[in-house]
Design a protein around this ligand. Structure first.
Ligand code: ZN
Length: 202
């Protein structure tokens, strides 16, 4: 399957990546991913299709390879930054009440609703359809058309950028430090599994 990110979402991700990894590593990753056309100027902030899933996947892969043992940690940090820089653009999220009080049960359903809204954004910006469900204390996020590992083959799940964004959204909604949130990727299409699935523990 070949999908595309909207220009505005690709702009957000590439801009966040540049501020996290610095201009030199960023330029190298762009070139490695066939995205050198954005070295001078990021994609425009438009809703038109821009970067393909395969290009974005190669970009993430280049970053993982460059940072070696930190390779998984770096895309998570970029994912955090995507949330920080993207928040002002999505008023639905900015207007969302943060969940500092209330019973655990209420918190669970409010958090689930927040994740549904996040999934709606992903649908709008990538055309893919993440599924969300609750199971026990945890919330699952499952994307059968994950746009971050197209054309990749990994020994272990490797879609860390969206994992980082999920961590940041969860931390923000619950008003907790991002370090207190655990998002575990349980499966990945890059490992031959049918979807990229995350377990969000909070
Ligand atoms: Zn994936």
């Amino acid at each position: 399957m070949s999908g595309q990110f909207t220009n505005r979402y690709a702009r957000l991700i590439l801009g966040a990546a540049r501020s996290v990894i610095g201009p030199e590593a960023w330029r190298d990753a762009l070139r490695q991913a066939g995205l050198a056309r954005y070295e001078e100027a990021l994609p425009p902030p438009s809703p038109d299709p821009g970067i393909t899933f395969a290009e974005m996947s190669a970009f993430c892969q280049a970053i993982r390879e460059r940072f070696g043992p930190d390779g998984k940690w770096m895309p998570r940090r970029i994912g955090h930054e995507v949330f920080q820089q993207g928040l002002p653009s999505y008023s639905w999220l900015a207007n969302l009440a943060r969940l500092v009080s209330g019973s655990c049960k209420r918190l669970g359903s409010e958090f689930y609703n927040a994740m549904q809204r996040a999934a709606a954004i992903v649908r709008m910006e990538t055309g893919t359809f993440p599924l969300i469900w609750r199971e026990g204390d945890w919330v699952y996020w499952d994307n059968p058309s994950c746009p971050y590992c197209v054309g990749l083959s990994c020994a272990e799940p490797c879609c860390d950028l969206p994992a980082g964004t999920l961590e940041a959204i969860t931390a923000w909604v619950l008003e907790r430090p991002v370090e207190a949130i655990r998002v575990v990727q349980e499966s990945s299409r890059a490992c031959g599994e049918p979807s990229c699935r995350y377990r969000i523990e909070w």
